[in-house]
Write a protein that binds this ligand. Structure first.
Ligand code: URP
Ligand code: ZN
Ligand code: ZN
Ligand code: ZN
Length: 475
């Protein structure tokens, strides 16, 4: 099966040039001017459009069992919605309970994901520590293509881990050449504030943001970075939402520490005022962690992306419909945490990033696919337009307009946090695994067409703990 993308301008992290792209059997086989279409090839029009690597969303939670319910978007509907917005791969999360086996959980999630219509991979969460967890991290890394492990510093009483688990798991990840990742919020502080707010009679969604002030994230980010430094491992901080956490990352990077930061499209454009909306259901629909913030934090996140101090963008796509959110009607701590956005990330970033002059088109490619592919070791198979790369491509109309709405989106959720937003920048065609899966508004996602993508470990680095450095220097 072959497909020719004709007449577009290729944009990758390295270059921008007019050229056609030929794909066969799921791979890019030729790039150049005026390529011939082989007999029977599908020809895709890219005139006046950009031809870019398909988006990679490194942070999604399809059909996640969480806070007493299950996320409404499954691996099929969620990846299909992603394709409609130009995203051709996700990295989702396997999340075992604290006493459950990460390896067993991994197999359960692999089973759930067989229905995906786009390629997928998994970070595996470490939610407790034992010899068995230590051993299974090795099996996952060496036999199952898992090169990243997630740690929740929040969600006390559920999946939160303490510093002891972070230290053990970070050290094990370093040994394996895997990347530790963290949800950075001080879960003890959140728990304490939640109790105080409820005791003071604050039960509505506004309490959610009050219980998770910026300092709670800043402290946890600093701590995770410090622990990573003590162990001598790189670390990746998910959903950075505050200037405190962004500054902690930038400071560590300036000392040579390998710290990476991810930003959600939602945090870049939505602020904390949503929690004061007169309709509590509207406010509850925005309950996610970390919460939406005061506007000045958005500036810090944009600056981080533009400067390269923050590297990736994601959505943390974790959808709950109104009846699910209603579980916390009388107690904000019971509102299932999560919002969606996989279908809209690329458009929101193009509109507010590129069209507003904050980012170049090449920077857009870096933060929507290439950096993720490099950090999680699947580049140049993913995140690139090069001969031999997977034919995961978006033909992007950078001037087309779209109005975002839950009434027209493909996401399996009854709410859209970007509702009513007019965005410039639309996927004209999406090609995944060499197949035309979205074209001019027509979604042709195929259930089960997505493949599991193994991510090999990096060569384990020589551990160089900060403590050792200062001993050597006699500091
Ligand atoms: O509110 C959120 N983000 N829900 C999903 C779980 C997580 O913390 O990433
Ligand atoms: Zn196995
Ligand atoms: Zn999180
Ligand atoms: Zn998440």
């Amino acid at each position: 099966m072959s497909l020719l993308i004709r007449g577009g301008t290729i944009v990758t992290a390295e270059r921008m040039a007019r050229a056609d792209v030929l794909c066969a059997d799921g791979i890019i086989t030729a790039i150049g001017p005026d390529l011939e279409a082989p007999g029977g090839a599908v020809v895709v029009d890219a005139e006046a459009a950009f031809v870019m690597p398909g988006g990679i969303d490194p942070h999604t939670h399809m059909e996640l069992p969480f806070m007493g319910t299950v996320a409404s978007e499954d691996f099929y509907t969620g990846t299909a919605a992603g394709l409609a917005g130009g995203t051709t791969m996700i990295i989702d999360f396997v999340i075992p309970g604290p006493t459950e086996s990460p390896l067993d959980a991994y197999h359960i999630w692999r089973g759930r994901a067989t229905k995906a219509s786009a390629d997928y991979s998994f970070h595996v969460a470490i939610t407790g520590w034992s010899e068995r967890v230590h051993a299974e991290m090795g099996i996952l890394a060496q036999r199952h293509g898992v090169n990243s492990f997630k740690h929740f510093m929040a969600y006390k009483g559920a999946i939160m881990v303490d510093d002891g688990v972070l230290l053990n798991s970070f050290a094990r990840a370093l040994e394996l050449g895997a990347m530790p990742t963290v949800h950075a919020e001080n879960g003890e502080a959140v728990f304490h504030l939640q109790r105080s707010l409820l005791a003071a009679g604050i039960t509505g969604p506004a309490g959610h943001a009050l219980s998770r002030p910026p300092a709670v994230e800043g402290e946890a980010a600093e701590r995770a970075i410090t622990i990573a430094n003590v162990i001598g491992t790189p670390v990746y901080i998910v959903h950075v939402s505050t200037e405190q956490a962004a500054a902690a990352i930038a400071r560590a990077r300036a000392t040579g520490q390998r710290v990476f930061g991810e930003v959600l499209a939602q945090h870049l454009v939505i602020d904390e005022s949503v929690y004061h909306h007169p309709d509590p259901a509207f406010a509850a629909a925005h309950v996610m962690s970390p919460p939406f913030r005061a506007k000045h934090h958005q500036n810090a996140l944009w600056a981080g992306l533009a400067s390269g101090q923050l590297q990736t963008t994601a959505t943390d796509h974790c959808c709950f419909c109104a009846p699910q959110k209603a579980a916390g009607r009388d107690d904000f701590t019971l509102i299932p945490n999560g919002t969606g956005g996989i279908e809209d990330r690329m458009s929101v970033l193009w509109h507010h990033g590129v069209r507003s002059g904050r980012l170049t088109a090449q920077e857009f490619v870096r933060i929507t696919s290439t950096n993720t592919a490099q950090i999680f070791n699947i580049h140049p198979r993913k995140g690139s337009i090069a001969v031999g790369s997977d034919a995961d491509i978006v033909v992007w109309d950078g001037a087309a307009l779209r109005r975002i709405s839950a009434s027209t989106h493909h996401q399996n959720v009854d709410f859209n946090v970007f509702e009513g937003m007019e965005v410039t920048g639309v996927a004209r065609h999406t090609i995944a695994g060499g197949a035309l899966v979205f074209t001019e508004g027509d979604l042709r996602a195929v259930r089960g067409a997505g493949r599991y993508i193994e991510r090999p470990c990096f060569t384990p680095a020589v551990p160089r703990p900060a403590a050792l450095d200062s001993l050597v220097r006699g500091a």
